[in-house]
Design a protein around this ligand. Structure first.
Ligand SMILES: [Zn+2]
Length: 122
């Protein structure tokens, strides 16, 4: 069991967050064996958003900001693409280069092969 990491989780008023005897009730952070949000660390989208609002900037500073543009180059810009409404033996499957706009035909088996690529590196 683990606690939701949302810093405001305890402030949302639901029955399952209430603890304690009558006359001495408190609301507390949710505790579950698993969560869906924040990579398994928050109980709701709200708690995920609260976490980011509180810690997001610090997390970016800690892990390192992008300070230069990340560049996609021709040698790594090939994407598989597919045309609807084409017959089996026409150029239905093809590589498309996002940078140059160039197209190269593909067979269907090449299209379905996740290891088949024209990309040559970062
Ligand atoms: Zn929560």
């Amino acid at each position: 069991m683990k606690y939701c990491q949302g810093p405001l989780c305890h402030t949302y008023d639901t029955k399952d967050r209430k603890r304690g005897p009558k006359g001495n009730k408190v609301n507390q952070t949710r505790r579950r064996s698993s969560f869906y949000y924040l990579q398994g660390n928050a109980c709701s989208m709200q708690c995920q958003a609260d976490w980011f609002d509180t810690y997001g900037t610090r997390a970016l500073d800690y892990f390192g900001r992008i300070t230069q543009p990340i560049v996609l180059q021709e040698n790594n810009a090939w994407r598989k693409n597919y045309r609807w409404g084409y017959g089996d033996n026409e150029d239905r499957h093809y590589f498309y280069n996002i940078c140059t706009g160039e197209e190269r035909p593909l067979t269907e088996s090449q299209f379905n092969d996740n290891n088949y690529t024209l990309n040559t590196g970062e």
